[in-house]
Design a protein around this ligand. Structure first.
Ligand SMILES: *Cc1c(COP(=O)(O)O)cnc(C)c1O
Length: 397
């Protein structure tokens, strides 16, 4: 299968398989899935070379200055890697400022509570962005804070948080930044020459378009050295995984061999597509085409354009009483598209992902399917309730 032919339509999922308009697991290419049809010995040279290639390719995405960083893959879903980053880089007597505006920020705070790390939360609610000035103020008021954790794209609303200004405020106050770039890394630039941070995490099944099974921590080498002895989890100790991997080329415990093999195929396709810039451009086009089509039907986005990420977009449910999300979901699925329920607490919403093996042609089919579905449901207009628009008005331009 030719992975580089993105100028026309991407290969559709196999017959009967719906597109996953979800932020990972997502629709992967046939070549990625096919790579899993053989077995590898975890200690064998062939597999060790695969691990080395994976680490090198991920580091290359940091751009200039990436030599100061190293990449440590970690078994488990993305959350395991977030937890590994937190318990390894935050010393036991450290204190964290968590910038939360959705479920993943909340999960980071919960993880720190489990780990017994002191922390405070700047909770911006469902979707308002944490701003640099707010971070500066909190850090000035509390000299005990050692680390700031930011969520790059908060996948629960799809907001693209302003990591650059958060980073500037953090380092101006002499503290350290850790970034959950789970749903953004590989499609949105996080080059070390542009944004300063000590470590980031992401996983196999988001913008690199692999299958689920591991995550990875990319951290400054000096921070990796300092991490020795910090972790109060044995299996999630990033320093130990790093030291073993550098010494033996192996993972400490059974690696997800097939997932790694699939990920390498995904990484090569990522490069062939033009790396982070190419991947980001396709997702941006996906978003623009999909959002324009949905707006034509009367749907409104939760976020104003400047905060919309090319990863996933939240729409308000229409005010029309004939609109029932469960029915909308089922009818969209019958047309080959799996959408995602919303996570807002104030008003009803749903989400449509822009990532995975999909292009603008697929997105046009998505909005055509939405139009047809509204007709089937007897919904005349997709306009949201006025309460939703009042809610959105709280968001600065
Ligand atoms: C997907 C995601 C995670 C990790 O979730 P898992 O279900 O453990 O893979 C963490 N943070 C963000 C922002 C995410 O999008």
């Amino acid at each position: 299968m030719n992975m580089t032919s993105l100028d026309n339509t991407l290969p559709a999922p196999r017959l009967g398989e719906p597109y996953l308009l979800t932020p990972g697991p997502l629709t992967t290419s046939y070549a990625v899935k096919e790579a899993m049809l053989r077995d590898w010995g975890s200690w064998d040279d062939d597999f060790r070379a695969m691990t080395a290639e994976l680490r090198t390719r991920l580091l290359a995405m940091l751009g200039k200055g990436g030599d100061d960083f190293d990449c440590v893959p970690m078994q488990g879903s993305g959350t395991f890697s977030v937890e590994a980053m937190l318990c390894s880089f935050v010393p036991r007597d450290g204190k964290v400022l968590v910038l939360a505006n959705g479920a993943y920020g909340q999960r980071t705070a919960q993880t720190l509570a489990y780990l017994g790390r002191d922390h405070v939360v700047l909770d911006k609610g469902d979707y308002l962005p944490p701003r640099g000035v707010e971070v500066a103020q909190i850090l000035a008021d509390d000299p005990e804070i050692t680390h700031v954790v930011a969520i790059h794209c908060e996948t629960s609303s799809g907001i693209l948080n302003p990591v650059e200004e958060i980073s500037e405020a953090t380092y101006a106050a002499g503290r350290k930044l850790l970034v959950d770039s789970m749903s953004a890394f590989g499609a949105l630039p996080l080059e070390v020459a542009q944004v300063r941070y000590e470590a980031l995490v992401s996983s196999a099944n988001k913008c690199i378009e692999g299958v689920p099974g591991f995550g990875f921590i990319i951290a400054r080498k000096s921070e990796l050295e300092l991490a020795k002895g910090n972790s109060n989890s044995m299996s999630l100790d990033v320093h130990a995984q790093w030291a073993t991997m550098n010494k033996t080329g192996q993972w400490r415990f059974t690696p997800p061999t097939h997932v790694v093999a699939a990920f390498l195929v995904a990484l090569r396709a990522h490069e062939a597509e033009g790396g982070v810039a190419g991947r980001g451009a396709r997702y941006t086009r996906n978003r623009d085409v999909m959002v324009a089509g949905m707006r034509e039907l009367g749907f409104e986005t939760l976020l104003k354009d400047r905060w919309l990420s090319p990863i996933i977009v939240t729409f308000f449910c229409p005010a029309d009483p004939k609109f029932v999300f469960a029915d909308f979901y089922a009818l969209m699925k019958a047309k080959g598209f799996i959408i995602y329920p919303g996570k807002l607490t104030v008003v009803d919403s749903f989400r449509v992902g822009c990532i995975g093996q999909m292009d603008e042609h697929v997105m046009r089919r998505v909005t055509a399917a939405a139009k047809e579905t509204l007709e089937e449901m007897g919904v005349k207009s997709a306009t949201p309730p006025s309460r939703a628009l009042e809610e959105r008005a709280k968001l600065a331009a």
